[in-house]
Design a binder for this molecule. Sequence first.
Ligand code: SF4
Ligand code: SF4
Length: 175
Amino acid sequence: MSPVTRPCGGCAMCCKLLRIDKCADGGELDFPFNKPADVMCKHFKSGHGCTLYGSEQFPNVCKSFLCLWKMTEVNVPEDLRPDKLHVIFESVSELPEFPGHPIARAAVDPNRKPDARFVGWLKNTLEAGWAVIANIGNRRLIFTDVPGMLQFLSDKEQAEIAEDVELVRRLGVRV
Ligand code: SF4
Ligand code: SF4
C-alpha cells in the first residue's frame, strides 16, 4: 500500500528555499542547473506550479524529494506546513549505530526568526528519541539527546560536508 500523503496546497517552499546543485549523472540527484537557496526555481509558475511536472524533463531530484510534512504517518502536524513555518522537513534516515533513533533534516529559512511551533516540534521530536539536523543558510545545527550521537553525527558531517559545523546540546540555544 502506498503511503498516505497530504496535498501541497498553496505551498511551494521546496522550489524556493532549498539550494539545488546541478548534477547530470543520471541518478536520483539529477538537476539541470544550479538553483540558489531562497530563489524561486525558474520552472515554477504562480497559479500553476511546476511547469515540468509530469514531463520527461521533470528532474530526478524533484521526483525523489521526500517532504516529511506530506507523509501523514511521520506526524508533522498539519499547521506546520512548510510555507506557513518557513521550514521544510526533509528525509529521515537511521544509522545502524543508533537503531530506533531516526534522523530528520529541517531546512530553516535564515531570513525568519524561528517560530515557537518549530521549537515545539523540535522538543517533541527529541523527546521521541529522534535527532534533527537543521540547515539554516550556511549554518548547520545538530540536535539530539541520544548519548554519543551528537559526537558521531558531528564527526560524520564534518568529514562529509563542512568545516562550519555548530553543535547544540540542548534546546534553548538561539538558532
Ligand atoms: S515543501 Fe512539501 S508541502 Fe511544500 S511544496 Fe514542497 S513538497 Fe509540497
Ligand atoms: S523543477 Fe519544478 S519541482 Fe523542481 S524545483 Fe523547479 S519548480 Fe520545483
